[in-house]
Design a binder for this molecule. Structure first.
Ligand code: GAP
Length: 518
C-alpha cells in the first residue's frame, strides 16, 4: 500500500484530512485529480444504472432524516460491531476482523502452495484440480471453514463469550504490540449523532446516515407518484454516509465519512430470487467491463478475471437481509468486499409503514391487487471503487534503455485529464498554436496545457497523473497543420491532422466505450 498512498498524495489524488493539524483518523480529502477520477467513476455508475435502464430513476435525498427512520430501519438497535480492547495497549479492535486477519494467513499459505506448484508444473498446471486435491490445500481450507463456521455461529447467536474464547484459543495477539491480554467482547453502535437546533436531549437527536438506502425507502411513494414507473423499478442515489468505524485502516478502504452508490429495486413478492440473480450478474459485468479495459491496456501481464474479482456469499446476514453476496476485489492486501448485493425482502418498507403509520403499498394493475414490494439492493462504496481502480492502475515500468517510469494506467474513460497539450518548445509561435488547440479541446474534455520543462519530463509527469494522451505541437505543425498524439501506455506517437484532433480524442476517451459493452 505504501507506494499507492504516497503516489496518491504526491500527484494530488488523495490527502489526509486536516493534515496541517496532524490529520483526522480515517477521514480523507480528494485532491484536484482525485476529485476528477471520483466524478468519473460515479458517472460510469450513474449512467450504467440510471441512463441505461428505463426503469431506474435517480434521487438525491438529504443526509439528515427524521430520527424515527433509524429506529424503523433497525440501525439504532442492530447496527453494531463486536469490539474487544487490549488491556495492555489500550487499542480497540473488531473481534470478527481480528479473526478474519488471522484467517488471511491460511489464504496466503494456499496462494503460496499454488504458486509453487504452478512453477513446478509449468504449462500443464491445472489450478482447479490442484486446489481440489492437494492435501496441504485441503487441510488449510478445512481450517478456514471450521474457524469461519465457529465465528459466524457466535456472531449469529451474539455469543460474545464464544467469540472471545475463539480469539484466545487461536492465540490471536494485538497486531501492534503482540499482547494477548484481552477484555470481553462488547457491542458498539456505529452511528454518529448530533443535535437538532436548540432542542436538547433525545428528542433533538439526529443521526448522520450510515447508508443512503433509507432515503430511497422513505421516498418510495413520492417517486412512484411523480413518475410513470411500474414495478419492477429501481431508485438510485449516490451520496455521503458516515460510520464510526473502530478499525479504520487500509487507507480509503474503511473510512468514517465515505460515499455510497446504491440502488433499491422494487419487485413483486416472490420474484426476489430472479432479480437478485439478475443484479448480481449485471453488477459483476460492470466491474468486469472496466477490468477488461485494464487487461487491454496491460496485455497479458494481468491476472485473469477470477483472480481479481469474485463473489462471496454471506453466512452472517445483516439485520435487514434475506440473502446477500459480496463482489470482492483483490486489493493489495487481499480479497475484500467492494460491493454488496442484498435481497432485503419487504423488511424496510414494512418497518417504515409500521413506524410512520403511512401505507407504503403498490397496487399492481396486472394482478388487480396490492402489496408491499420486496427489494433487491446493489450497494457499492465509491471510495472503495476508487482504491480498486487506482491500485490496479499504478505501475512501475522498466524501459528498454533500463530507465524506470511510473505510470498510472487508468482506463481512458475514467482518467482525470484526457489530454495534455504541449508545445515542443516555448518559442517560435509554438505556445500560441498549442494554446489554440487547448482552448478548442477544453470545451469538451478535461485538458491540461503545459510548457514548462523539457518535453520528456512533461511526458513523465502526465504518465504519473494517468493522462492517456499527449498532443505535441512542433514546428511541423505550423507548416502542415498536423500534430503528434502520444499514447501513455505504448508511448507510441503518430501524426494526425489538427482538424481531426477532437474527433480522434473523443473516440478514445468517451464513456460510451464502456457503456456499449455492458
Ligand atoms: N445499504 C447497504 C449497505 O450499506 P454495506 O455492506 O454496509 O451495505 C455497502 O455497505 C458498501 O459501502 C460496501 O460494500 C463498501 O463498498 C462501502 N462501505 C461500507 N462501509 C465503508 C467504510 N467504512 N468506508 C468505505 N466504504 C464503505
Amino acid at each position: 500500500m505504501k507506494p499507492i498512498v504516497s503516489h496518491a498524495k504526491e500527484y494530488g489524488y488523495i490527502f489526509s484530512s486536516s493534515e496541517i493539524y496532524d490529520g483526522l483518523s480515517a477521514v480523507y480529502d480528494y485532491g484536484p485529480y482525485g476529485v476528477e477520477l471520483k466524478n468519473n467513476i460515479r458517472n460510469y455508475w450513474w449512467k450504467s444504472m440510471v441512463q441505461m435502464h428505463e426503469n431506474v430513476v435517480g434521487l438525491d435525498s438529504a443526509i439528515f432524516m427524521h430520527p424515527e427512520i433509524w429506529k424503523a430501519s433497525g440501525h439504532v438497535d442492530a447496527f453494531n460491531d463486536p469490539l474487544i480492547d487490549n488491556k495492555d495497549s489500550k487499542k480497540r479492535y473488531r473481534a470478527d476482523q481480528l479473526i478474519e486477519d488471522y484467517l488471511e494467513k491460511y489464504h496466503k499459505k494456499i496462494a503460496k502452495d499454488t504458486e509453487k506448484a504452478r512453477k513446478r508444473f509449468g504449462a500443464e498446471f491445472d489450478e482447479a484440480q490442484f486446489l481440489a486435491t492437494n492435501p496441504n490445500v485441503l487441510r488449510n481450507k478445512a481450517k478456514i471453514e471450521e474457524i469461519n463456521f465457529r465465528m459466524n455461529e457466535a456472531l449469529k447467536k451474539e455469543d460474545f463469550a464464544a467469540l472471545k474464547a475463539l480469539i484466545e484459543e487461536l492465540g490471536i495477539a494485538d497486531p501492534e504490540t503482540g499482547s494477548k491480554n484481552w477484555t470481553d467482547v462488547r457491542m458498539f453502535n456505529l452511528m454518529f449523532s448530533t443535535q437538532l437546533g436548540t432542542i436538547a436531549g433525545e428528542t433533538g437527536k439526529l443521526y448522520l446516515r450510515p447508508e443512503t438506502a433509507q432515503g430511497i425507502f422513505v421516498n418510495f411513494l413520492n417517486v412512484l407518484k411523480s413518475t410513470r414507473q411500474k414495478i419492477p423499478f429501481g431508485i438510485a442515489q449516490t451520496g455521503k454516509a458516515f460510520r464510526n468505524e473502530i478499525v479504520a485502516r487500509q487507507f480509503i478502504f474503511r473510512m468514517r465519512e465515505f460515499e455510497q452508490m446504491e440502488m433499491q429495486f422494487f419487485v413483486r413478492p416472490g420474484e426476489e430470487e430472479k432479480w437478485y440473480t439478475y443484479w448480481k450478474e449485471k453488477r459483476m459485468k460492470w466491474h468486469r467491463t472496466l477490468y477488461y479495459q485494464d487487461i487491454k491496456i496491460n496485455n497479458s501481464n494481468r491476472p485473469s478475471f477470477d483472480q481479481i474479482l469474485r463473489f462471496h456469499k454471506h453466512e452472517k446476514l445483516a439485520h435487514y437481509a434475506r440473502a446477500a453476496v459480496d463482489i470482492e476485489f483483490h486489493f493489495p492486501f487481499g480479497f475484500r468486499e467492494l460491493e454488496g448485493i442484498h435481497s432485503r425482502g419487504d423488511f424496510d418498507l414494512a418497518r417504515h409503514q409500521e413506524f410512520s403509520g403511512k401505507k407504503l403499498r403498490y397496487f399492481d394493475p396486472e394482478l388487480g391487487s396490492g402489496y408491499v414490494p420486496s427489494v433487491v439492493e446493489t450497494s457499492i462504496g465509491l471510495d472503495r471503487m476508487f482504491l480498486a481502480v487506482f491500485s490496479q492502475a499504478l505501475d512501475e515500468e522498466t524501459l528498454e534503455d533500463g530507465s524506470q517510469r511510473t505510470v498510472l494506467r487508468l482506463p481512458a474513460e475514467l482518467a482525470p485529464v484526457k489530454v495534455a497539450v504541449l508545445p515542443l518548445l516555448k518559442k517560435d509561435g509554438l505556445p500560441e498554436e498549442a494554446r489554440q488547440v487547448f482552448d478548442r479541446l477544453k470545451l469538451e474534455f478535461m485538458c491540461q496545457y503545459d510548457e514548462k520543462d523539457a518535453i520528456g519530463k512533461r511526458y513523465r509527469r502526465q504518465d504519473a497523473i494517468g493522462t492517456p494522451y499527449c498532443l505535441t505541437v512542433d514546428h511541423q505543425t505550423l507548416e502542415d497543420q498536423t500534430l503528434t498524439i502520444r499514447e501513455r501506455d505504448s508511448m507510441k506517437q503518430e501524426r494526425i491532422p489538427l482538424e481531426k484532433v477532437g474527433e480522434v480524442v473523443k473516440e478514445k476517451v468517451q464513456m460510451e466505450n464502456l457503456l456499449r459493452q455492458l
